[in-house]
Design a protein around this ligand. Structure first.
Ligand SMILES: Nc1ncnc2c1ncn2[C@@H]1O[C@H](COP(=O)(O)OP(=O)(O)OP(=O)(O)O)[C@@H](O)[C@H]1O
Ligand SMILES: [Mg+2]
Length: 254
């Protein structure tokens, strides 16, 4: 399977969606997956060293090499790959290369993330217009949501999205400290949620801080334990429904 994450807007949650949702979707199925970050500047993929999710940075340069970078990934049919495409010029260079090389043939799904701002929506529309001619399934990720999935309050924060895209497929990613904890612990929220060892090590930190009367460290350990508990809720309420949405789209395609 090949999933492309794209929005021309910088900071619209592309790398978060790529790693925490699209790549974790394969982990949940106990499958191998690699995130390819097409971006010369960002190296977000390097943050998650302790994850089972593999990652590689792809240098885009002036765009001439993109076709030869994409082709082997697409032709490796057994490979599960998530392609995280940098914003602005990188997006247009990547989409042009996908068109010219005809390698869109091997893409199973596009995900367009947004992080709530009106600029993100405008760029999401622009991105949608660029990729719709590929005739592949498209899902929107409504990230940094201030409400839980299932709460009608989302129609307030994302009102303009719902009026512009009436029948679009989407999933919701709540704005959460779990995303920050995940960066600190260098593995995905999905992995933290089910991981006893992470919990034990955080509990161990708290005990050490208590024994050494280090109140600052104890408070930090305490907060990290709270957020790690929240990761289980986040996984259940946000990630599993998002995986289900991806599954239903990919299976409907077959
Ligand atoms: N649901 C969320 N909850 C909390 N923080 C989030 C969420 N989504 C994104 N963020 C944070 O917002 C920032 C931007 O997100 P991210 O790096 O995923 O965007 P991007 O589109 O990949 O940016 P760039 O264009 O620079 O590559 C990051 O610090 C990320 O941790
Ligand atoms: Mg990024």
């Amino acid at each position: 399977m090949k999933i492309v994450i794209t929005n021309t807007k910088g900071g619209s949650s592309k790398s978060t969606t790529a790693f925490q949702v699209a790549a974790a979707y394969f982990l949940a199925k106990k499958l191998d997956v690699t995130v390819y970050e097409f971006d010369d500047e960002n190296q977000d993929s390097k943050v998650f060293n302790k994850s089972l999710i593999k990652s590689e940075q792809m240098m885009v340069g002036d765009g001439r090499e993109i076709s030869s970078l994409i082709t082997p990934i697409i032709l490796d049919k057994a490979k599960n790959a998530v392609l995280d495409i940098g914003g602005n010029k990188t997006t247009t260079l990547f989409i042009d290369a996908l068109k010219k090389s005809r390698m869109s043939i091997g893409i199973d799904l596009f995900i367009i993330p947004m992080s709530g701002g009106s600029q993100d929506l405008q760029n999401a529309k622009k991105t949608y217009d660029l990729i719709k001619e590929f005739n592949k399934p498209i899902i929107f990720c409504l990230s940094r949501s201030r409400s839980k999935p299932g709460d009608n309050r989302i129609f307030f924060q994302y009102g303009k999205f719902f009026s512009d895209f009436k029948d679009a497929n989407y999933f919701i990613l709540q704005d959460s400290d779990c995303i920050d904890l995940s960066r600190m612990l260098q593995k995905s929220v999905f992995e933290i949620a089910g991981d006893k060892k992470t919990k034990e090590s955080l509990e161990g930190d708290l005990v050490k801080a208590f024994e050494k009367d280090d109140d600052k460290r104890l408070t930090l350990a305490q907060q990290m334990i709270y957020v790690s508990d929240e990761s289980e809720v986040f996984s259940k309420e946000c990630l599993l429904p998002a995986f289900k949405t991806i599954d239903s789209i990919l299976n409907a395609k077959k």
